[in-house]
Design a protein around this ligand. Sequence first.
Ligand code: ARG
Length: 585
Amino acid sequence: MNTLLEILESRLLTALSKAGIDLPVGFPVKIFAAADVRHGDYQANTAMALAKRLKMNPRELATQVVDALEVDDLADLEIAGPGFINFRIKSETWSQKVGQLINDPRLGVGSVAEPQNIVVDFSAPNVAKPMHVGHIRSTIIGDSLSRICRFLGHNVTTDNHIGDWGTQFGMVIYGWKNLIDPVAIEADPLQELLRLYRAVNLLCKEEEAIKDECRDELVKLQNGDAENFAIWEKCVEVSKVGLNKIYDRLDVSFDHWLGESYYNSELVPLVKALEAEGLARESDGALCVFSGEELPPKQDPFKEKRDGEWSDFPMIVRKGDGAFNYATTDVATVDHRLKQWNADKIWYVVDARQSLHFQQLFDVSKRRGCKAKLEHISFGTILGKDGKPLKTRDGDLPQLADVLDDAVKSARTVLEEKSGDLPVEEKDELAKMIGIGSVKFTELSHHRSSDYIFDLDKMVALQGDTAPYLQYSYVRVRAIFRKLEEEVTLDADGLQITEQGEINLARTLSKFGEVLPTVLDDLKPNILSNYLLDLAKAFHSFFEACQVLKSEGDVRKSRLVLCELTGRVLQQGLGLLGIQVPERM
Ligand code: ARG
């Protein structure tokens, strides 16, 4: 099913050719949802933009276009101001549209014509280091983008590139051998590994000898020492179990967990190849790739800074001591994703501080012939109420599991006030759904590159731009159907959308298929979040203005269909953000 926007755009294109207007090559013929619906539902400024190019009078051109435009079956037209063409969708068209939507399991969202193979690299915490709130942003954004891409018809491969190989293992192995608490490592492995890492880190600062011992443990591991290798394997295994507990709570999963260690055996030949290709050369004992000719495009506003960074900091692919590092592994990872998964695109959902690493990686990959589009989907910082990066009382980065616990607790308090008489078990389940949903929605309703303040009270409030507000909107829809005494067939027959409240809701519902694909333009899930808030608001206004259960006949049926569609779009849309909805609360 085409969206109204698509239909109008294609009619406009036909009209332009019928009116004998020669479009300059590549000239975009676009229609937009009107910002102010008092003037219509859609608007085109094509005539004005074209008139400038063709040196014509814009209003005259608009008149020619409108004369040739055949949209009688859909909309009324009006020319406004200097030459805007306004489209007001007819009441019958809304009725028809709503009828199509109620029969469409995809709720008006089309599938992409050319599905692409998209690899999404997200979450990727480091073993034995805390999974902190920085990883929360990656996990939530990456999961949501993956869900949306899949729904739109792309072939998505999700890969959790965990940091399971690296210098931290020198300390962890030393700690495992000397300081481990055998009970704790079984009970809460993530916590115990973290404790070991922190304790040894501290010891290293105090005693040079311990630092040396850790380095020895690391070298032994890298040289395949059986005991150290077994400890490493165990660390990774228990970490995965611990991480999976968090992912289960978050309802997040991955197709693959190809961590850094997966690429170990490929690094020697890779680095040889980099040297042979003339990309890497020795510098101060390390093997480095320097910024190449093929620098990022000129229009890039950061180019100047980037060149500077590049020449100041080459990408090191083999350190002076012979060890490979994070960057080397990432080059190998690109190769794997191209070869095994035939990637057209690879998205790295990683915080903004790693932008130099990704500039280097993308440049090197391009010079090695990578045709896939590589993109760093970066994001800012989560701030505390004081406007500074969120910290615990001890000054550490808060851990993800604690953040989730706090959110669930806050949601439980809100529920106690609002729905104290629900059974305890149901309240517990609801608190999880609302608490986790709140954390996700707060993340996904902000522009990803901005920092935001983590304010639990606001996040779990029923009023405001929050997850519980949307979840509650869904619940209100379900409540209407629970009160219904008769059987109603929710189909397209006899629908009439006439009153303003109904039209506003119908318009918002029909926009779902127009808005969702645009999330992928700049990879911004907040576009979907904002749409869902608009939908909930349109629903509440409709519900206040138009009686549903007290109405009769076709009016009643039409309104019930609008309610049902609201519920479906809310559920689907929140689902694409990774947020669940309750039946009551
Ligand atoms: N483990 C890294 C970190 O926590 C993120 C890895 C992102 N993915 C990648 N392919 N580099 O900072």
